[in-house]
Write a protein that binds this ligand. Sequence first.
Ligand code: AQP
Length: 355
Amino acid sequence: MAEFQPLVFSGVQPTGNLHLGNYLGAIRKFVALQAEHDCIYCVVDLHAITAQLVHDDMRSQTRSIAAAFIASGIDPKEHIVFNQSAVPQHAELAWIFNCVARIGWMERMTQFKDKAGGKNAEQVSLGLLAYPSLMAADILVYRATHVPVGDDQKQHLELARDIAQKFNIDFMEHIRREGSGVDIMVGDEPVHAYFPMVEPLIGGPAPRVMSLRDGTKKMSKSDASDLSRINLLDDADTVSKKVRKAKTDPDALPSETDGLKGRPEAENLVGIYAALSDKTKEDVLREFGGQQFSVFKPALVELAVHVLSPISEEMRRLLDDTTHLDAILRDGGERARARAEKTMDQVRDIVGFLR
Ligand code: AQP
């Protein structure tokens, strides 16, 4: 049975300062996957206008995320780094997916419910509701098979699978006729598919990094309090201040992970330490179990600065030369467009548009 060619795709929105959650949940995985896979990494600027239409600094935010990718170790020559709006095929496929997906699927998305928040639901943009359909198109316009993301994106990836599956079933005869499908197994069922069933790559000790001010809330670019997150561009003093001020409880760290239950802030800081040091939470507690936060926090600051400062230095260097950075994005955009057009050329035939 044939297989889809393995391909990694993921994206980050240019909606604010990149933080430790984006780094540990996503960008660090992007870097690691390059060794074994063909990878496409995108600054998803079309997504950035779904929650807020007018941005004063979208271009600089876009460059900043591209700089973070490269400074973290993504090789834009070997792989592809570009911004989404440079490849109009994403939006074209998203329109087709808007007609494949059902409104009920979109309305069930937790992120939509959080962002549209109850009585505001009628007032938010149609784009915010349709966001997961564009996300499915971002991935599937390359027929990508693996998507590294933070835990918060799990539901959107399940929806991308639902969209791919419905497209494959609805157009099964057309796909066969056009000869562009692949025979795959979905569970125990053999299916002649055009789009692969994407696999989310979520994991590690910090798949969802939580706010430093509230261990029950996700660390987020849009949190009003800058103290809630460590930004990739924060200097050592700022990182130190934020970790010192991070909410904790008065108890010492436990020696076993069971002892972190019901202590979300402690669990979050231990998870961050583990992820930054490539260890497990068990390893961290073996080292720090029984210690107070007054001992653990300075160790965490030292580690965070050690890992993040080379990245922020390199980001600043790249951001000083926007001509070079723009050329990287332009080159990535051209290569991405050629690949996306190959898919859309077949999709237009599968759907049956007059050519
Ligand atoms: N707190 C987090 N922990 C782990 N992973 C996270 N990601 C985001 N926050 C965390 C992952 O980062 C990638 C890029 O995210 P995004 O910018 O495209 O969208 P987001 O999830 O909406 O990020 P934010 O920071 O929460 O932005 P706002 O505040 O604008 O909504 C994704 O893989 C995401 O999982």
